[in-house]
Write a protein that binds this ligand. Structure first.
Ligand code: SF4
Length: 121
């Protein structure tokens, strides 16, 4: 892990890139905090980039990220663990995950292999 100074520089760089290439995203960041309503300056409870995808036929309703390619690091590494998903009440959990959390964690680690470092579960 880098020193706080390096992290600050990296964060400033990311903000600069967003301001130049994705001002629509950067306006929702204030003082390093995600996500802030650009009009009121107040924190937004529900992510503004989350979209409900209309269901087709018998499909379940799905959610999608409108800035998936440019999503923040926190989003890239989430979820780290099934326990974290349970704690957050994540709607992506299925009954089979809750009934067999060890297997669910293995499946999650495989799914997230390209997005985050191995957490050693
Ligand atoms: S991945 Fe992040 S930015 Fe995208 S919808 Fe989810 S919380 Fe929002």
């Amino acid at each position: 892990m880098g020193s706080p100074c390096i992290i600050k520089k990296r964060w400033r760089y990311i903000l600069f890139i967003l301001e130049v290439f994705r001002p629509d995203i950067s306006e929702y960041i204030k003082d390093g905090k995600l996500w802030v309503d650009p009009k009121t300056g107040k924190n937004i409870e529900l992510c503004p980039w989350l979209t409900v995808v209309p269901s087709k036929g018998n499909d379940q309703q799905r959610v999608s990220c409108n800035i998936y390619q440019d999503r923040p690091d926190d989003c890239m590494i989430y979820p780290v663990s099934i326990a974290e998903m349970i704690k957050d009440g994540c709607e992506m959990l299925e009954p089979k995950d809750i009934n067999n959390p060890q297997q669910a964690q293995k499946d999650l680690d495989e799914l997230m292999a390209d997005s985050r470092p191995d957490i050693g579960t």
